[in-house]
Design a binder for this molecule. Structure first.
Ligand code: ATR
Length: 287
């Protein structure tokens, strides 16, 4: 009797736009693994039932994305230390009916920087934004041994709340997200790495053509890292490029968080190049 293909599922709402099924399936196929990566649209009232399905023998596990990364925590048996640190999960692994969870966003951030040859140890870093993605950046910068992290955010209360998440080993402070503000200007000009985690500059977002940092504040020798990956070259990255700074795009973070999850479900090394190619193709087709 042939075994039914195993399944890995992505839970989100909406989820149809996600390119994870494309690059994960390409990786499975490239390695000849008989498994399907499916997107399951999951309105909040179906979250518990969909996670429950992960316990079945033919489910290897899955990914969890917006808006469920925090809510999913209550349905998990074994969240690891990374879930506790970030306060959110994005990966579930089914081990004999027991649901383990982790957060591979931190590995995605670290992997993207490593691949670009960027060293965060001892660095002065500016983080723009204070939402869910920003929390993973704070954890990644702490683990990488950054020296100082300035959080610049539109809403001061959210920025201050994230500063509280920092620890004694990382010097954290808040600056208003305002190009006219002297604290912000100095923080950005003096930073080695500037990481953009808001939806500003995202295609079809609230401020598609905007950049939180204009070219005049960047200089050569700096690194600009945007977590936004549609478009691949955001206005923020264009501004950095125009000033001669090094740029790192969000697609690499997406791929590396997916690659880390792939390793956990399958115990196999993911073919990164295949994933990048499939992701770019999916984005190009979507237009
Ligand atoms: P994610 O999980 O992707 O990080 P989120 O949790 O909704 O999304 O966080 C959104 C972040 O983008 C916040 O830092 C938000 O700023 P506020 O705290 O002021 O809301 C920021 N953001 C969203 N739209 C923005 C805009 N038009 N200008 C500046 N910041 C914006």
């Amino acid at each position: 009797m042939t075994r039914a293909p195993r399944t890995i599922a992505l839970l989100g709402h909406p989820v149809a736009h996600s390119i994870s099924p494309r690059f994960q399936q390409a990786a499975l196929d490239a390695l000849g693994i008989d498994a399907r990566y499916e997107a399951w649209d999951t309105p909040p009232e179906q979250l518990a039932a969909h996670i429950e399905r992960f316990r079945s023998g033919d489910l290897l596990g899955g990914n969890v994305t917006v808006p469920h990364k925090v809510a999913a925590m209550r349905y998990i048996d074994r969240p690891d230390a990374m879930v506790e640190r970030v306060g959110a999960l994005n990966t579930i692994v089914n081990r004999d009916g027991l649901l383990h969870a982790t957060n591979t966003d931190v590995a995605g951030i670290t992997g993207a920087l490593r691949e670009a040859g960027v060293e965060a140890r001892g660095a002065d870093v500016v983080l723009i934004g204070a939402g869910g993605a920003a929390r993973a950046v704070v954890v990644a910068m702490r683990m990488a041994g950054a020296a100082r992290l300035t959080i610049a955010n539109r809403t001061a209360a959210n920025g201050h709340a994230l500063v509280e998440v920092g620890g004694p080993d990382l010097d954290m402070r808040y600056a208003p997200l305002d190009v006219q503000d002297a604290t912000f200007r100095q923080a950005v000009s003096g930073a080695r790495i500037v990481i953009q985690s808001t939806s500003v500059g995202m295609a079809h977002g609230p401020d598609e053509s905007g950049t939180p940092v204009p070219a005049e504040l960047f200089s050569p020798g700096q690194v600009a890292f945007d977590l936004v990956y549609v478009p691949e070259e955001t206005p923020f990255l264009r501004a950095a490029s125009a000033a001669g700074a090094t740029t790192v795009g969000g697609l690499m973070m997406l791929i590396h968080q997916g690659a880390e999850a792939f390793r956990l479900w399958l115990g196999a090394d993911p073919p990164i190049e295949v994933m990048v190619k499939a992701a770019r193709q999916a984005l190009a087709e979507r237009g």
